[in-house]
Design a protein. Structure first.
Length: 69
């Protein structure tokens, strides 16, 4: 067998080739969407972690002040 790409001869094979091309395009789009979702999740997690850390620190400081420590 050779490594050359041979165009499909039958209409069915041509249709399958077009479908394959479209599926490859969709797969590429899904990779991009996944990458963006991971970045968005990391940003949201970092923000919420910082916010909660600030609230807890403020609560502890408030308790210390009220108890006179």
């Amino acid at each position: 067998m050779s490594d050359e790409h041979v165009e499909p001869a039958t209409p069915e094979m041509q249709a399958l080739s077009r479908i394959e091309t479209k599926v490859d395009g969709v797969a590429g789009c899904l990779k991009n969407i996944e990458r963006r979702a991971v970045v968005a999740g990391a940003v949201a997690g970092g923000f919420s972690g910082g916010l909660v850390g600030g609230i807890v620190s403020t609560a502890i400081l408030s308790i210390k002040i009220k108890m006179g420590w």
